[in-house]
Design a protein around this ligand. Structure first.
Ligand code: SF4
Length: 381
């Protein structure tokens, strides 16, 4: 919080309340992976407690018509980003000079804005895959609106995010169709906690409930998007199996986990030894990108702007840099992954159905139209 009150956090909870009260709208909600690792902290529940089921129940009590999960879109992101990575890698190995490596993850809008300002010479390096939040919005307002038989304008998509940059991301003009945004309103984890308190919901006393389907199902690869190293680990689980046709025996990529600011590891995928980089915090990201600019070879790099990844995001309950608290949140998400019956994105049955019924295949024309984006050169700050 700004000590002199010069900077004020935008509160969008009343927009959510207005949408929920509008009988002409169908209002759906998605919740990012990291939210469930920390929401309970603002609602009287001990840090390190997963509140996934109570969160779904609370959102239903608030009046959302359908309670979905950004984790579904995290699995979808892996399908697109993992396929893009394999495509670029194959072309690169075959001598195609236009296939740029390393591929950089692109699901963090803080990081995207940072490289648009600071690395405008490298705009063709990041993955073109949209973030899970924006993939969810694009699919909700096309595929799901079609299932419901309503125009996209009747659907209101609300996101609950650990992140304040997501409020900016959903307002980028390229993420709208004829002025109607794919994601209408973003509230932070703190704002959701405030809303739950304001509505007098006894959060601790709620039963655990499931998300709705089809946009609420996810594999274990999805919750780990919320921690540093998690996106690239999820991508490697799928890329390995798609590239080799073999079952990956050990799903945990330990060398890519942990709180070191920059991690570099070599991962064997079939005949290829892939050099992978991971950075969290923009100072660390800058150092890693300078190494790439100087010619150091990497195949893929994950960057998250916040300490520890989204678990330490600017919209989470305040953590004041407490590493032990961030580790507790991290454990919630790794435990959720370990407890899932399916742990690789390409195994998600509703993702398989989405491709069969609507998108065709990863990187199809329709997928490109709905799920991929481009970046802009911006003035250096
Ligand atoms: Fe937002 Fe931070 Fe997560 Fe990036 S790392 S998506 S800025 S919460």
């Amino acid at each position: 919080v700004c000590p002199v009150g010069a900077l004020v956090e935008h509160d969008h909870t009343w927009e959510v309340v207005d949408a929920l009260a509008n009988p002409d709208k169908v209002v759906i909600v998605q919740t990012a992976p990291a939210v469930r690792s920390a929401l309970g902290e603002d609602l009287g529940i001990a840090p390190g407690t997963s509140v996934t089921g109570k969160m779904a129940a609370a959102l239903r009590r608030l009046g959302f018509d359908h309670v979905f999960d950004t984790d579904f879109a995290a699995d979808l992101t892996i399908m697109e980003e993992g396929s893009e990575f394999l495509d670029r890698l194959t072309r690169h190995l075959n001598g195609d000079q236009t296939a740029k490596l390393p591929i950089l993850t692109s699901c963090c809008p803080g990081w995207v804005k940072f490289f648009e300002h600071n690395f405008p010479d490298m705009l063709d390096v990041p993955s073109t895959a949209k973030s899970p939040q924006q993939m969810f919005g694009a699919i909700a307002k096309s595929y799901y609106a079609e299932i419901l038989g309503i125009p996209r304008e009747k659907l209101v998509v609300v996101s609950v995010m650990p992140c304040l940059a997501k409020k900016y991301e959903c307002a980028r003009p390229e993420f709208a169709v004829d002025g109607n945004p794919d994601v209408d309103i973003v509230i932070s984890t703190r704002e959701l906690a405030r809303l739950i308190k304001r509505m007098n919901i006894d959060f601790a006393g709620l039963p655990d409930e499931d998300f709705d389907n089809p946009l609420g199902e996810s594999t274990g690869a999805a919750p780990i998007f919320g921690v540093t190293g998690g996106v690239i680990e999820a991508a490697l689980r799928t890329a390995y199996e798609l590239a080799t046709g073999e079952t990956l025996q050990k799903l945990e990529f330990e060398d890519l986990r942990g709180m070191d600011g920059v991690k570099v590891a070599t991962v064997q995928v079939g005949p290829h030894a892939l050099r992978i980089g991971v950075a969290h915090g923009l100072g660390n990201a800058r150092k890693l990108l300078e190494r790439v600019r100087a010619g150091e070879a990497f195949h893929a790099i994950e960057v998250m702007a916040c300490p520890g990844g989204c678990i330490g995001g600017g919209g989470q309950p305040y953590h004041h840099g407490d590493i032990e608290l961030l580790k507790l949140r991290t454990k919630v998400l790794y435990d959720e992954d370990a407890g899932k019956p399916l742990r690789k994105s390409h195994q998600n049955p509703y993702i398989i159905e989405l491709y069969e019924k609507f998108l065709g295949k990863p990187l199809s024309e329709k997928s490109h139209h709905l799920l991929h984006t481009h970046y802009f050169k911006r003035q250096r700050l």
